[in-house]
Write a protein that binds this ligand. Sequence first.
Ligand code: 4AD
Ligand code: MG
Length: 459
Amino acid sequence: TTDLRKLIGNPSEFFNKEIRLEGWIKTLRASKQFGFIEINDGTSFKNIQVVFEDGLDNFNELKKFKTGAAIEVEGILVETPDAKQDYEVKASLIGLIADCDSSYPLQKKRHTLEYMRTIAHLRPRANIYSAGFRIRSSAAFAVHKFFQEQGFIYVNTPIITSSDAEGAGEMFNVTTLNYEETLKTKGEDFSEDFFGRKTNLTVSGQLEAETFALAYKNVYTFGPTFRAENSNTSRHAAEFWMIEPEMAFTDINGNMDMAEAMIKYIIDYVLENNRDEIEFFNKFVDKGLIERLENVRNSDFERITYTEAVEKLIASGEKFDYKVEWGIDLQTEHERFLTESIYGKPVFVTDYPKEIKAFYMRHNDDNKTVAAMDLLAPGVGEIIGGSQREERHDVLMKKVEELGIAAEELWWYLELRKFGCAYHSGYGLGFERLIMYLTGIGNIRDVIPFPRTPNNAEF
Ligand code: 4AD
Ligand code: MG
């Protein structure tokens, strides 16, 4: 049996030869003497057309085969230069492998993405998801390829941890206790129960990645992260994947250089290896997609400070729901205005007020800002958050005290600052936001196979 991927990749190798395919029926139409089936075996985004004629023994049965059924096909691959498609299979045998009930929801008619979320067990078969999840897989590979080619060490940081890396307090507790037992014996306190220790699902692998960067210079994580924020937006999920490089002997500028090179590399990889999928999105989801991605690949990202960003936003005269003034955390509307309306390309914003950023970011000499950098992308907003890290023990200790962070729980992180703590930097790329950016898909629930948001935990 030939994989469609191989056939479509190099059809001329198969012309006028006997081939065998196994796949699922996408569409079937038939007349008295002949019929057409579009089938897909899952190895390719594209379908292939099979023609069958009334000479086949089971012609009358196979006219009634259902969309979604699994079939086997044997026949000759023939060139059809005058038809819509360049080639098709002339069937000599078509057999049923597994029938599909007529209640199958993925019939020819189009469904909304909202509806598709209610059938998350079937939606990977629909075109838009097929294209999106293939791109997701390629982009993940491109991330590894990018870092591995430069000698970065891939490190797996823990999922269960006792640190709150971001200090934002949006964590899922982990417990070994039986839910009902605990309710009975301890009221609702589940908090201290990973074998007697308080733990949570990680919000970021950064702090652990720093320990590895201070041993291997350049490292990265790529894993699931969890945020218990009960927010219902199109860009937030409770479970999402994050790529977090961490680099010793790298300052905030080197950090931005790496982030920019990575984004361009992934775009290149996907444009080259997922052309059919990208063209699908360009046609049906976001008409400017290919042009936008090509522009991004070929031009420098903008780099501005937070202070400049605030000035630009105020000077624009635009009416925002959330008023802009120095000190505010930029909201999605501001981020999108900057990157879409003012610059029309990805923008790094650096040097945010220290009050609105995490404890580990390096203090700047102005005593007001920290060496943070966020990358904002058109259509999505914040896609990367990162910084140079505070490597000075005394400065970090002071910060920890000010914020009331329990130093005894972070002792290992703080101690790193005593033992050859070179200046170092890193960032986190939200993988789902990247996929939204690469496809034009507008909702995070549609770029992750089984989204975890306040109303999505069924599958
Ligand atoms: O800006 P964040 O919170 O930064 C960190 O976690 C740092 N520790 C990263 C680092 O420096 N190593 O998150 C990083 C990125 C965001 O820019 C965003 O793309 C994504 O992770 N992100 C989310 N994606 C989906 N759903 C959520 N709830 C997200 N929260 C953050
Ligand atoms: Mg952030």
